[in-house]
Design a protein around this ligand. Structure first.
Ligand code: IMP
Length: 434
């Protein structure tokens, strides 16, 4: 039996899709625990690209059962089109994909609220994905949301949809571009039919899987610094992306978790607004963006780029209780003469080794970096630790040392086999120097 959590250690877009796919080979069950169609997990298999927004990346491994947990907000329209796309790409989905009856729904009105209500003008201020995520989670916390199970009851569904319409018109104004209510209700009826055969009690199913000694993988979306509680608030998403969110997001207790695997890119990116202490000026950022194809999988927006931020990573190691680290996209740095990593922040006369909680302090904090000689050699052919250039190993060793979590896997290309696995080192049993 194992219950691994895999999550983003940075600001999302760490390349989790590929790693979840890889770890799914060692799993019987994969469950998404938070977020919604704001996520974009890209997996490349035999030259074919799959982009998943809501459906767990485990769906690409035949035989793996996939669940969408109660912590996810489900847009039925997005789920339908993603499912159809997978079927067109010859992925077997039927009988393998299940949705929690307690998951909340994103309705078209949530998108209208996000885009047109002044009081929730988060699209512009925060730079949201515009998928209705914030308003759907707001309704959940406000106890007026519509869950998958509620959708099955025509009375409840009508009542909640009508109440939501009242809120939409109040928040976004009487001229808001809403769909006629009758269309929304007809759409809900179709959605109920689609979701009915998929609806299960995810908590009970995962518990049963663990009791029968199955291997469970809990898949996070976004990343630690976009977490509602532990991210760079208010420039965050509206769900719990951290490991604790995995427990509430599928309905299991923390004692069941056996491993927490954090995924971080060999540098850093962020989409949307908000503090990003290691952000680089346009010239170097542009080089990272082009080499790493750093454009959003969901919105196509260019990502902001920066050096690896060890202060931010240490925060992620701590709040997640991370037991191991996966570094992705090392190959993107192959041609850089010099690489830097942020090891502390300077704020006025103080040197900080922790991320400040104050947004103002975080915005004012200046990065202090350590420099590394680039390796100027291709890494995508490496499969063993020793295959990596000496300078690349030195860079990774130092990140590991500063972060306080062992690096067990390094991804050196988008292909399923382009990875370097690293066995546990004696370092793991020794205290990590600070
Ligand atoms: P929302 O999740 O659409 O409300 O967006 C809130 C913030 O999280 C914005 O800065 C988005 O750009 C960011 N965000 C949401 N989902 C992702 C993701 O999957 N990857 C990276 N950033 C994301």
């Amino acid at each position: 039996m194992s219950c691994r959590v895999i999550l983003g250690a940075q600001w999302g877009d760490e390349g989790k899709g590929k790693i979840v796919d890889l770890l799914s080979a060692e799993a019987d069950v994969v469950a998404r625990y938070q977020g919604g169609p704001n996520a974009g997990h890209t997996v490349v298999l035999d030259g074919r690209t799959f982009v998943l927004h809501l459906i767990p990346s485990g769906i690409l491994r035949p035989g793996v059962r996939c669940y969408i947990g109660n912590g996810v907000v489900v847009d039925p329209e997005a789920l339908r089109s993603e499912r159809e796309r997978l079927v067109r790409q010859e992925v077997d989905v039927d009988g393998r994909l299940f949705v929690s009856g307690s998951a909340h729904l994103i309705l078209p009105d949530h998108r209208v609220i996000e885009q047109h209500a002044d009081s929730c003008a988060t699209t512009a201020r925060i730079g949201t994905t515009g998928r209705g995520i914030g308003p759907a989670y707001t309704d959940k916390a406000g106890r007026v949301g519509l869950r998958v199970t509620d959708l099955m009851d025509p009375g409840i569904r009508r009542e909640r949809v009508e109440q939501l319409r009242d809120r939409t018109l109040r928040l976004a104004g009487p001229g808001a571009p809403v769909e006629p209510l009758s269309d929304v209700l007809a759409r809900c009826e179709r959605d109920a039919e689609m979701l009915r055969p998929m609806m299960v009690n995810v908590s009970a199913e995962i518990d049963a899987a663990l009791r029968s000694r199955k291997r469970v993988l809990l898949e996070g979306a976004q990343g630690t610094h976009l977490d509602l509680d532990h991210g760079t608030y208010p420039y965050v998403t509206s769900s719990s992306a951290v490991a604790g969110g995995a427990c509430t997001g599928v309905g299991i207790g923390p004692t069941k978790i056996t491993e927490v695997i954090g995924v971080a890119k060999a540098y850093a990116t962020r989409v949307g607004h908000g503090p990003f202490p290691s952000e680089l000026p346009p010239e170097i950022a542009g080089r990272l963006r082009e080499e790493g194809n750093e454009y959003g999988a969901t919105t196509g927006r260019p990502r902001r780029c920066g050096w690896f931020d060890v202060v931010a990573l240490r925060h992620a190691v701590r709040v997640n209780g991370m037991t191991q680290l996966v570094i992705t996209k090392l190959d993107v740095l192959d041609e850089f003469e010099e690489i830097e990593a942020v090891t502390s922040y300077q704020l006025g006369g103080n040197r900080l080794s922790e991320m400040p909680e104050s947004l103002g302090d975080l915005e004012r904090a200046k990065p202090v970096t350590e420099r590394f000689k680039g390796w100027k050699a291709p890494t995508s052919g490496a499969r063993q630790w020793e295959d990596l250039p000496r300078e690349a190993r030195r860079y990774l060793d130092r990140l590991e040392e500063l972060a306080g979590a062992p690096i067990r896997l390094v991804s050196v290309g988008s292909g399923r086999d382009e990875n370097v696995r690293r066995e546990a080192t004696p370092r793991e049993t020794q205290p990590i120097p600070r």
